[in-house]
Design a protein around this ligand. Structure first.
Ligand code: ATP
Ligand code: MG
Length: 422
């Protein structure tokens, strides 16, 4: 039969890479725990309305990129294109605001967007993100921003810059909107069709357009930072001060508006110049009041999402080596039926003690088994033959330094093994 290939824009993460993913995920989980963020898991699909309300009707995600379909019950459902909307839905629905505030949540999830696949842009991809509810103070913004910053530091990544902006509140944006419309109106016919539509519905979106021509037209557009009200200005200044206090460098980029409709005040991106056009590894911002979109009481919120594929690309590009986990402590090489039985017993004991132990399943020659042990990266091997069994001993070989030691079978335990590998 003919082979079937994976759908366009998807990617298998094979065992040779999944170890690295797991390591990075473990670092992320540990860091989140340090900050007091706890994991939330929401459904992979939601009622389509969740994303229309939560991401915003005029966004690229909602207008062009969603995997939406009708289920057998005739409901419109959508595979999540991002994490925040579903989490805000869950926050309101489960009354998490009744528990200790602020609520600190994190997620590691798959997302789905119908996009043109390129390097760092897939149709199924992974995001790590956090959401923090109930804290309006600028100290919160800086704290949330410090988490990805600390993650980059922790894995030894340099050359990722933090770009920061404030897009104000409804009031600031009302005035800014007017200014943008009168700026873009004169060059209306030069804009791409999508941006022409945006001009009426959401002119700020034009600043986020990837088309070269629209970028050129937007070159001298008014800057939101010139339209901030007193409160928003003070908030922005305080966020910057806290970042400075934390020793975190940033660059104010008044052109960052972010792709999702619900942001207000602080928005930010961590950008790498190492992986080409798709350089934004992490983006986030404040979304006060989004809970109201889901029928909840107003709650301030702030968060970010990091593209894991892009993060992995940057790590690879930078040659970052993560301490590799040992895949196998001991590989047993039994010769004959009796030896196989002994291997099974010994392995059961060592597994229960916490060691990573495997044995041959194919009754291959010693040489072939040795080769296999080497391929899987076993730290030690031990041949179990008739003479060893009679003696009740076993000779363990350290594959890393070549040392050998003969010990009583009964003395071979995980503690001894750990010492021997060191
Ligand atoms: P872009 O401008 O690159 O399309 P975006 O603004 O659509 O990004 P967000 O919705 O803010 O992205 O998602 C947060 C992060 O998720 C991005 O910064 C990026 O690292 C990652 N990401 C977004 N879309 C994709 C995708 N299709 N494939 C892989 N990673 C993605
Ligand atoms: Mg996008």
């Amino acid at each position: 039969m003919a082979q079937i290939s994976a759908p366009k824009g998807t990617q298998d993460i094979l065992p040779r890479d999944s170890g690295r993913w797991l390591q990075v995920e473990n670092i992320i989980r540990e860091l989140c725990a340090q900050y007091g963020f706890r994991e939330i898991r929401t459904p992979v699909f939601e009622h389509t309305e969740v994303f229309v309300r939560g991401v915003g009707e005029t966004t690229d995600v909602v207008t062009k990129e969603m995997y939406t379909f009708e289920d057998k019950g005739g409901r419109s459902v959508t595979l999540r294109p991002e994490g925040t909307a579903g989490i805000v839905r869950a926050f309101v629905e489960n009354g998490l605001f009744n528990e200790a505030l602020p609520t600190k949540l994190y997620y590691l999830i798959q997302c789905f967007r119908y996009e043109k696949p390129q390097k760092g842009r897939l149709r199924e991809f992974h995001q790590f993100g956090v959401e923090l509810f109930g804290a309006p103070d600028p100290i919160t913004d800086a704290t949330v921003i410090s988490l990805p910053y600390r993650l980059f530091q922790k894995v030894g990544l340099r050359g990722i810059s933090l770009e920061l902006n404030s897009i104000g509140c409804k009031e600031c944006r009302g005035k800014y909107r007017e200014a943008l419309i009168s700026y873009f109106e004169k060059d209306q016919e030069k804009l791409c069709p999508t941006c022409r539509e945006r001009l009426e519905k959401n002119p700020m979106r034009i600043l986020d357009c990837k088309s070269e021509i629209c970028r050129e037209v937007a070159k001298d557009a008014p800057l939101i930072t010139d339209y901030l009200c007193g409160d928003c200005e003070a908030h922005f200044t305080a966020v910057k001060d806290y970042l400075t206090t934390m020793g975190i460098e940033y660059k104010v980029n008044p052109r960052i508006v972010r792709g999702l409709d619900y942001y207000n005040r602080t928005v930010f991106e961590f950008v790498s110049d190492q992986i080409g056009a798709q350089g934004t590894v992490c983006g986030g911002g404040r979304y006060d009041g989004m809970t109201e979109q889901f029928g909840g009481a107003p709650q301030p919120g702030i968060g970010f999402a990091m593209g894991m594929e892009r993060f992995m690309l940057v790590l690879e590009q930078a040659g970052v080596e993560l301490p590799a986990e040992r895949s196998c402590d001991l590989f047993l090489i039994p010769l004959g039926d009796n030896a196989c039985k002994e291997a099974v017993k010994l392995t059961a004991r060592l597994l229960d003690e916490g060691a990573k132990v495997q044995y041959d399943l194919l009754r291959r020659s010693v040489k072939a088994q040795m080769k296999y042990a080497d391929k899987i990266g076993a730290a030690c091997t031990a041949v179990l033959g008739d003479s060893e069994l009679e003696e009740g001993t076993v000779t363990v070989k350290n594959m890393l330094n070549g040392n050998q030691e003969k010990i009583a079978l009964s003395a071979l335990n995980s503690k001894w093994l750990e010492e021997f590998i060191k």
